[in-house]
Design a protein around this ligand. Structure first.
Ligand code: C2E
Ligand code: CA
Ligand code: CA
Length: 550
């Protein structure tokens, strides 16, 4: 099939190029014929001093040079046709080779991007997203064939100790060894995945139920018993295992994984180190495990709300914009902090719907403020997981169109963590967002590992110094030096600097003397509901610039 298409393509190219060369050959023939006519006329005139039909006939008959010239148009025509074909074939083959090469390269890149989006970099195992897809497929076929599925979550319980002792590179080696042992113990078609730093999951597609899974759990513990060796040091790892069955414990992947998490928690409290889920476990499990399954309803049932915290230009004392911060009003537990539920949403697939909800709300509010003649720049937080999703720029483009905002009215805040774990993919997504006109900001700067020089390669416009440094600049000389130096360096690299956690006028004054651009913090205002924020705008000393967007 591919060869047939290739031959057709080659044939078409040759026809087009040959047509071009044939045109040049015809011109050559025409020139040669005109030369023959002119030469004949000249010879006739030279011999008879006039041009007559008899004179032309006699010149053609007797002049040997004209005989040769008469042949030239035919030679031109033949030679033109011949060399035209050869050139056309050669040129087309070159273009064809190059196109094919480009196509192969594009395919390779696409495959690589797909692979990194669905696999764990360290072990090469499927990641959480591919695992969920496989469970979904497993559920479809199990429903069809009336079969059972089992999911086992295997947590390396003492991984934090290993990590603290060995550091990142060597603890990656431990994870690799655990992964190999798990793959060894699990049979052919069953799939092992790494769904979190220290959590592996196993899907049994044709499960015999509790007996089989408990035997497998014991085998897993046995296979992990012998110490793992890294850098000639031995490490004993210990695994807890939580087990759920489909359809008994849940009908969709989110419920199943959430229940497996509850079983895993109970396993960690049990002497065996493994547990099959039971509904009674729910009462004993920590709040976070049950909250996880409630987040979806929270989004659907309007239990979430965006609060806004002002950002003020320090040098001009004018209101610049606001950061949107999400809040969860839980009917039973009351207010739940984003610090609690965002990491939870990141571990499940809830972060995407959550981010989409936040984007829609924030963009809508931003459009509303602009309609009211209040040109605020609204900052929206993106999670690390969002930046590994190639669909993100399209989702944002869709929300922008439906709400009527312009990209320059928005700053998207990202954290260093997202860049470090998948640098290539993240950079590609950031570049697309930047090309679309969105401003990008690096949040919590100073808490991660990235250097300013590294960040310079990213299309960022703003750097937000983490509040842990800013809060203490009056009392800690260290933090004071760090903040001052960061502002200078960031300016040299072309970033605008926002200081978070500005809690007093004294801090604000100091930041002003350091040349910091924007302040955000309780001194200006705590995050507030839209109506409270509107009131604050009316009454506060920091007034909105009329032409805010630059
Ligand atoms: P963040 O992006 O660093 O947001 C700033 C946090 O600092 C907010 O906490 C804010 O209330 C708090 N803050 C602001 N000024 C001061 C101050 O002067 N002093 C002190 N002590 N704190 C101050 P919040 O709202 O609890 O949010 C916590 C984190 O949750 C955020 O940190 C952000 O990482 C995450 N988050 C919040 N909303 C969203 C969201 O819509 N999407 C995502 N992905 N993450 C969000
Ligand atoms: Ca933020
Ligand atoms: Ca921050």
């Amino acid at each position: 099939m591919v060869i047939a298409i290739a031959n057709n393509l080659l044939g078409d190219n040759v026809r087009i190029l040959k047509g071009e060369v044939t045109k040049a050959a015809y011109q050559g023939v025409a020139i040669a014929m005109v030369s023959v006519v002119v030469a004949t006329l000249l010879v006739c005139f030279y011999q008879n001093n006039s041009i007559t039909a008899a004179g032309i006939m006699s010149a053609q008959k007797n002049n040997f040079a004209l005989w040769i010239m008469d042949g030239v148009p035919f030679v031109f025509a033949l030679w033109g046709q011949y060399s035209g074909s050869i050139i056309a074939y050669q040129a087309s083959a070159i273009i064809f080779d190059q196109t094919q090469e480009l196509r192969n390269k594009a395919e390779d890149l696409e495959k690589k991007a797909n692979y990194t989006a669905t696999h764990d970099v360290i072990t090469g195992l499927p990641n959480r997203s591919l695992f969920y897809d496989r469970v979904e497929q497993g559920i479809l076929s199990a429903n069809h064939q009336k079969k059972q599925l089992s999911i086992l979550l295997v947590e390396i319980a003492n991984f934090k100790e290993v990590y603290d002792t060995l550091g990142r590179t060597s603890s990656d080696q431990i994870i690799k060894q655990v992964s190999s042992r798990l793959q060894g113990v699990v049979l052919g078609t069953d799939s092992v995945a790494r769904i979190d730093g220290n959590i592996f999951s196993i899907l049994l597609t044709d499960s015999m139920g509790d007996m089989e899974t408990e035997i497998l759990a014991e085998r897993i513990q046995k296979v992990l018993e012998p110490a793992l060796v890294v850098e000639r040091l031995s490490f004993a790892v210990h695994a807890n295992i939580g087990i759920v069955q489909f359809p008994e414990h849940g009908e969709d992947v989110d419920t199943l994984v959430q229940k497996a998490g509850v079983a895993l928690y109970m396993a960690s409290k049990s002497k065996d180190g493994y547990a099959v889920y039971e509904p009674s476990f729910d009462q004993h499990s920590p709040r976070r495990l049950t909250l996880m399954s409630e987040l979806r309803h929270a989004i659907e049932r309007d239990q979430l709300e965006l609060y806004y915290q002002p950002k003020v230009s320090i040098q001009t004392d004018e209101l610049f914009g606001a950061e949107a911060l999400v809040r969860w009003h839980h009917p039973k537990h009351g207010f739940i902090s984003p610090d609690e539920f965002i990491p939870m949403a990141e571990r499940t697939r809830m972060i995407k719907p959550l981010t989409l909800w936040v984007l829609k709300e924030a963009f809508q509010q931003c459009a509303e403020w602009h309609r009211q003649g209040k040109p605020l720049v609204v900052s929206v937080n993106l999670s690390a997981k969002d930046l590994h999703d190639p669909e993100l720029p399209d989702l944002i483009a869709g929300v922008a169109v439906s709400t009527g905002i312009k990209p320059e009215w928005v700053i998207l805040e990202i954290t260093e963590g997202s860049i470090i774990s998948h640098p290539e993919l993240t950079l590609e997504i950031l570049e697309r967002l930047n090309n679309m006109g969105y401003k990008l900001s690096i949040d919590d700067f100073g808490t991660g590992y990235s250097s300013l020089a590294y960040l310079k390669k990213m299309p960022l416009t703003e750097l937000k110094i983490d509040r842990s440094f800013v809060e203490d600049i009056l009392v800690s000389e260290n933090d004071d030096v760090i903040v001052n130096a960061t502002i200078n360096l960031a300016h040299n690299l072309g970033f605008k600097v926002t200081a978070e956690g500005v809690e007093s006028a004294e801090i604000m004054d100091k930041l002003k003397s350091y040349g910091c651009d924007v302040a955000q913090g309780f001194y200006l205002s705590k995050p507030a509901t839209v109506s409270d924020f509107d009131n604050w705008m009316e009454t506060s000393e920091w007034k909105l610039k009329s032409h805010n967007i630059n």
